[in-house]
Design a protein around this ligand. Structure first.
Ligand code: COD
Ligand code: ATP
Length: 198
């Protein structure tokens, strides 16, 4: 089985590209979705997060208040790394289970959508890497627009990741996502075609 890593930065367009990948029938394992599943109430990581950050980060229904936790960790590197230390092992485990399931039912290709593929040193999990790239100005603009963040909030989130420009040389292929979504799709199809994935 061929495992393709799809990465980028916050709001660079990974979900946009991952939807296009699903449209051509290739399954996608999404680390952001799994990251939500493993912190549901009752999961091991949930308990650890509450122990570490206190009940102040819970909503009224006792689920994790994501905006609140985000405001803490994206303004404090040490706390962000503590959260990563709690959540990432559970994410990795679940990603491996999902890959195995896709393999068992006969899939020859699977894409792993992992925003922190390089930062978390997870490149060993994948055979090839596609980077979804935009310049920092567009990244910030789209992030502010999508999540209604202030300029400061958007900057803090972008600064918590490896600069996208440094990821270019670490990837096998780069999709430039500055233009129309159709142009992004054409770049993707060209790469998938080159790798005999279509
Ligand atoms: C801090 C949390 C609660 C904020 O939740 P929120 O719903 O606002 O954001 P969401 O999870 O949808 O993430 C949005 C984007 O933020 C970026 N991001 C998320 N976590 C991190 C992190 N620890 N470090 C750097 N960037 C991150 C990614 O690009 C991601 O695609 C949440 O992101 C979290 O639990 N993060 C830790 C787990 C993690 O590293 N997830 C990233 C994928 S492995
Ligand atoms: N080519 C494009 N032109 C205009 N807007 C775009 C384009 N690509 C993506 N967007 C918009 O930019 C925002 C970020 O894109 P998307 O959600 O796909 O990024 P992401 O990398 O998955 O983000 P995150 O890491 O935060 O999950 C979205 O609102 C999306 O609709």
């Amino acid at each position: 089985m061929m495992i393709i890593g799809l990465t980028g930065g916050i709001a660079s367009g990974k979900s946009t590209v991952s939807n296009m990948i699903k449209e051509v029938g290739i399954p996608v394992v999404d680390a952001d979705i799994i990251a939500r599943e493993v912190v549901q109430k009752g999961e091991e990581a949930y308990e650890k997060i509450v122990d570490h950050f206190g009940t102040e980060i819970l909503s009224d229904d006792e689920s994790i208040d994501r905006p609140k936790l985000g405001a803490i960790v994206f303004n404090n590197e040490e706390k962000r790394l503590s959260l990563n230390g709690i959540v990432h092992p559970a994410i990795r485990k679940k990603m491996l289970t999902e890959i195995k399931q896709y393999k068992q039912v006969g899939n020859k290709i699977v894409v792993l959508d992992i925003p922190l593929l390089f930062e978390s040193k997870l490149t060993y999990m994948v055979d090839k890497i596609i980077l979804v790239y935009v310049d920092q100005e567009i990244q910030k603009e789209r992030l502010i627009k999508r999540d209604q963040f202030s300029d400061e909030e958007a900057k803090a989130r972008i600064a918590s990741q490896m600069p996208l420009v440094e990821k270019i040389e670490l990837a096998d292929e780069v999709i430039h996502n500055h233009g129309l979504k159709e142009e992004t799709k054409q770049q993707l199809l060209k790469i998938l075609n080159k790798w005999n994935c279509l």
